[in-house]
Design a protein around this ligand. Structure first.
Ligand SMILES: [Zn+2]
Length: 455
């Protein structure tokens, strides 16, 4: 009798294990089946290792890439280059490309019918980008390496995502490893890279100062053009004289912001790079952005002083800076950027919805409002409103020294304070020189095009 009881228990336990395994398989079949089916050795969906189904379109329905016996691309060569890092390549060299990252959506797999052969054309994948705006951004970079990102900080839709250098996917060049012209060509600089932020980082130092130094708005700073801070000599492009906090941001006074960083201390500075989302890895429809990286402890107060003005060991991901600018405009938080608008049957019936996602509160609302007004006064008092005709814009420029080149990297980030056009942006022109003029000009060109197009 005892024997029978123990055998019953063993049988019961085995049955439970079988049931648990079946449930786990069923769950994973529904949640991950599309990825299994889009595995590159599936000969139903891949020809010679190349995905052989589907179309990628921009938000207006312009076809960026389509499969019919082979992949063909948009007729316009500027658009092909400008959208290279969003569309990707069939071989998967560009890791962020739709042809690689969203292969499961292009195949049209679903758990009930599988990758059905009746709909052998696969699916239409509509991206949020506007191909014409991307092409304008690519042309505005004018052969420089760099990136341009523009997105709607209320909905999260990425309007423009351009990374340079690029190449023509319809006619891919032979690229050798040491080819300077194509250095980093497979990297999507907006999502996957990190660069010294230069003075754009003063926005983060400013946020920390607003929330931690109670008399910050009554403070004045005296800049002689070359100031001892933390045992190092911090230089400015000129002697800024005596400035208050807002004026210090307007003229981008290194001496003032280096002093503030040292006063705030390394742990507060580190806390603000985390709270403001810079060190986050955001998920852009599953594509993880590169987290920004800092080391405020490396070289004592001297290192902290340089870090506070965006040099030192600071490395910032352009996309996270764009989101930060969106949060400044949006009362302290912003939508998380997304690149997929929706998928559809080739006949046009949609098979997915766009669902907005929000960041956490990156800044207190009052801090965001103060920074917003300071970034608008940057334009008013320094960059020149006439350089941005018709745009109600707030911005911060950056000119970052880099070890690898004599020419500085030019940055410009900010937002439109316009409920009809809630856009945030980031521009990086590598070797562009002055942030305000080189990157500011690119920003204006692209924003004018985006606003004209109704975004
Ligand atoms: Zn100064």
């Amino acid at each position: 009798m005892k024997k029978i009881t123990s055998r019953t228990i063993i049988c019961f336990l085995l049955a439970m294990v079988l049931l648990a395994g079946t449930l786990l398989f069923t769950f994973r079949f529904f949640t991950q089946g599309a990825e299994w089916a889009s595995f590159p050795s599936n000969r139903h969906l891949y020809t010679d290792g190349v995905l052989s189904r589907g179309r990628v379109l921009d938000t207006k329905g312009d076809v960026l890439a389509a499969y019919s016996g082979g992949w063909t691309y948009n007729d316009d060569s500027s658009i092909r280059r400008a959208t290279l890092h969003a569309v990707g390549d069939p071989s998967g060299a560009i890791g962020t490309g739709a042809l690689t990252r969203f292969a499961s959506k292009l195949t049209g797999y679903n758990p009930v019918t599988g990758a059905d052969t009746l709909l052998s054309d696969g699916r239409d994948l509509f991206l949020t980008i506007d191909a014409e705006v991307c092409a304008e951004a690519y042309r505005a970079l004018n052969g420089h390496k760099g990136t341009v990102g523009v997105y709607n900080y209320e909905t999260g839709e990425i309007i423009c995502m351009v990374s340079s250098p690029a190449y023509d996917p319809a006619n891919p060049p032979e690229i050798s490893d040491d080819d300077e012209e194509y250095d980093g060509v497979y990297i999507n600089r907006l999502l996957s890279s990190r660069f010294a932020p230069g003075s754009t980082f003063k926005l983060i130092t400013a946020a920390a100062a607003i929330e931690n130094i109670s008399d910050i708005d009554q403070r004045t700073f005296t800049c002689t053009g070359s100031t001892e801070v933390g045992g190092t000599t911090i230089t400015c492009v000129r002697a800024h004289g005596t400035v208050d906090f807002e004026e210090a941001l307007n003229v981008s006074c290194n001496a003032a912001f280096a002093q503030l960083a040292v006063e705030l201390g390394s742990s507060v500075m580190e806390q603000y790079t985390e709270e403001t989302g810079l060190t986050d890895s955001y998920s852009v429809n599953g594509i993880r952005t590169a987290p920004s990286a800092f080391d405020f402890e490396a070289d004592g107060d001297a290192g902290l002083a340089w870090s506070g003005v965006g040099q030192g060991k600071d490395l910032v991901n352009p996309c996270s800076l764009m989101i930060f600018s969106g949060a400044v405009a949006g009362g302290g938080k912003a939508a998380v950027p997304q690149i997929i608008q929706y998928t559809a049957f080739t006949e046009g019936v949609r098979t997915s919805l766009y669902i907005r996602r929000s960041t956490s509160q990156l800044l207190e609302e009052s801090t965001a409002d103060q920074l917003k007004s300071m970034m608008k006064s940057n334009v008013e008092n320094n960059y020149g409103r006439s350089n941005f005709p018709g745009l109600d814009i707030g911005a911060k420029s950056g000119t970052a020294q880099v070890d690898t080149s004599d020419a500085d990297n030019a940055w410009f980030t900010g937002f439109l304070d316009d409920e009809d056009h809630p856009l945030a942006f980031v521009v990086l022109v590598e070797g562009g020189g002055s942030g305000a003029s080189a990157a500011g000009r690119v920003a204006n060109t692209v924003l004018q095009k985006a606003v004209d197009a109704g975004y």
